[in-house]
Design a binder for this molecule. Sequence first.
Ligand code: NAD
Length: 496
Amino acid sequence: MTSGQPSIDAPAPISRPTLSDGSLFIGGARQDALSGRRREVIDPSTGKQIGTVADGDAQDIDVAVRAARTAFDDGPWRRTPPRERARVLMRAAELLRQRTDELIALESVDAGKPVSLCRIIDVANTISHFEYYGGLAQGLGGATRQTAFPSMAYTVPEPIGVIGAITPFNFPMILSTSKIAPALAAGNTMVHKPAEDTPLTALVIAEVLSEAGLPDGVLNVVTGGVEAGDAVVRHPGVDKIAFTGSTLVGRKIASTAGDSLKPVTLELGGKSAQIIFEDADLDIAIGKAIEAFVFNTGQFCMGGTRLLVARPLFDAVSKAVAGAAGGVPLGDPFDPATVIGPIAGARHLEKIERYVELARSEPGAEILTGGHRIDLDGGYYYAPTVVVGMANDSRLVQEEVFGPVLTIQPFDTEDEAVALANSTRYGLAAGLHTRDLNRAHRVASRLQAGIVWVNTWGLMDPAVPFGGVKQSGYGREYGPEGLAEYLDTKSVVIAM
Ligand code: NAD
C-alpha cells in the first residue's frame, strides 16, 4: 500500500465530529430560517444535544421553491447537455469520496449508525448512486417511431420541473441521494426536506454538488419538520413529489398532492417475510435471517421482520436465530466492532417498546431473546428481540415496528408459506431460501413485493430497482426505472 492512501483492510478510526450549526442551503448559499428558529440535533448514542440546525418552515420552503423555479425556468441546468450534467454528478461522487470519513462521522453521530456499516453501506452507496446516474445521463435520449401516415416521429425525454423530495431518518444520505442523483441527471431542479431527526448529511451533499459545478438554485435543502414537508407538497411551484417515509404520511401526501394533480412517487413502509424451506442451506439462511432484522438496528424499510420456517425446522431455527441474535455486537456506533447501534430517536424507541408490550399480553407468545432496552451511556439502545407463538393477525406480525424485532412462524406447505408471506397490507420486499431452482422462480413469482431475494437478503445496488406494491407505495427508485420517474416524454410528429 502506498503511503498516504487509505487502507481497505484497516480504515482510519472515525471520531465523533464537532458540529458547526447547520443552515438552510438555498440558491447556492447558506442562510438561517426566516423565523430564526433552530432545531436540536441529538446524538442517539448518548441522548445528548450536539448541535442545532435551522428549523425551516413554510416561508423558507416558499423561498426555496422560488429559487428552484427560477433555476428551472430561466437557468442553464435543464438545457445543459446530459453529458455535461453527468460530469457534474461524477465530480460530486469524487468529492464525496474525498470526504468519506467526514460523512461517516456525521451520519453516525446523527442517526446512530455503526461507523463500519456506514462506510460500506451508506457512504459507498451514496457515491455509487452519483456515478451510476451520471452514467445513465450520458446515454439519455429518445427514440424514433414508425407511424402509419407520412411523418417522422420521435420522442424526447424532458425533465419534469421542480421536484419536492421528502425523506425519512433511517438512511439519510442514501435516501437523499436516491432522489437527488436521478432528478438532477434528468435536468430537474429541487427542494429537498430531509428528516427532522437526521438533517446533517443532506447539507453536505448540497455543498458538494455546488462545488462540483451545479448552478445555484438547482438543489435547495430546507431542514425542518412536518410543517416544512407539508409546505413542499402544497406549493404550487412544485411539479412533482418524491416521498420516502411511513405509509400513514404517504397517504396524506398523495391525498394533498391529488388536489392539484401533482404526481407523486411513494416509497413507504414494509413488513417483509423471509421463507426458509426445508431444503435451504441452513447456515446461510440463519445468518441472513439475523442480518435481515438487526441490520441498521431494524430501522430498514425492507427489514426481514417476519421469518417463516418449514415446520420440521421450526424449533431448531428459532433457537439458533434467537441464540445468535443476542450475541451480535451492540454498542457505541463509533466502535469499529459495533454492528447494532442505538435506535435513531427517543420516539422511535418508545414505539418499539409499545409493540413488544403487545407481544407480552398475547396468549401463547414467547419472547425467546431481548424484549427490553439496554442501558448504555444514556443512548436509545434496544436488544434484538425474537418472538414466537404470535397469531398471524396480531399487530406485531402485521404492523411495521421499525426496530430489531423478529417474529417467527411455522408453515406446512409452499402454498401456506406464500399465503403467510403475502398476508400483510405491505409489499416492499420478500425472500426465500431453497436449493430448488424451480421453487425459487415459482415462489418469487407468487410473492407480492417490489423485490425478492433468493438465498440472501438486503442486497441492493443502484442498478437494481426497488419499490412497493400494495400499501408500500408506488413508483420505483434505483435503476433506469428510477431515472424515468423524473422524466416526461414528449413526442414530436413532423408531417412529410
Ligand atoms: P415519516 O413518514 O414520519 O416522515 C418522513 C418524512 O416526511 C420526514 O421528513 C417528515 O418530516 C415528513 N413529513 C411528516 N409528515 C408530513 C406531512 N404531513 N407532509 C409532508 N411531509 C411530512 O417517516 P419516518 O418515521 O421518518 O421514517 C420511517 C418510515 O419510512 C418507515 O415507515 C419506513 O418503512 C419508511 N421508509 C421507506 C423506505 C422505502 O424505500 N420504501 C425507505 C426508508 C424508510
